[in-house]
Design a protein around this ligand. Sequence first.
Ligand code: SF4
Length: 264
Amino acid sequence: MAASHLEIYRALAKSNCGRCQLPSCLAFAAAAAAGQKLLADCPLLDEATKERLTATLHGRPEQELYKFVKDLSQLEQQVAALDFTVIAPRIGAAVKDGRLAIPSFGKAFEIDCQGRMRSECHVMPWVQYPLLAYAASSQHQLPTGAWIGFRDLPGGLDLHNLFCKRCELALKKLADAHPGLLHDLAELFQGEEAAGFEADTALILHPLPHFPILICWQAPEDGLESSLNILFDACCKVNLPIKAAFSLCIGLAQMFEKIALLHR
Ligand code: SF4
């Protein structure tokens, strides 16, 4: 049975120190139980307790991410050691008041000289992890215009089944239930509708400056089931490690789910 927020609360230090970016331990417990915060976001929670509670929360995308983002602070330190003025032009970012500003879906996510991130949007671990990994990536390639599947990304085969279930299937259900949703998302996130694909909707989005993805949705027709595929520009092979790409797509699916709830 999944951990309730009270079970999580009982395990917390109850200091209300705010280091998790929430005002109280109770608020953190509710957010973690709802899958909006990682247990790893509370620096006072010991490893054994995190493992125990994470096991009971297994199945929630954010908690699955826990396995990947266990050491976000290491990634923060890695990014903090970088010369922002050198990497910004290379990765399609900018330097603003000494901070590295990476555009994502039309919003700027700024990383300071200690690797900490801030944005006008709520910074969720699923976005924090890939953004830091994107900045820390030692290699970088500009978009090529050639599209490949998730399984063609280095290491993609291992996560392919999970990617299909968590990302493609989740988005397919949304697109089936809200046929106008993808067009609205294109407008909302400065996406481009792409021509030349065998799909009712082909939409290019840029979750990161040099990380274009293509979502192709085919509506159900003549008794045939709908289909939805997410493709990646070939540059994604080098611009993001596979686990960061996976977490970015999970986060994308979650964000679209939230938008779909408001969709009429
Ligand atoms: S960081 Fe941990 S101890 Fe501090 S307020 Fe958040 S949940 Fe409570």
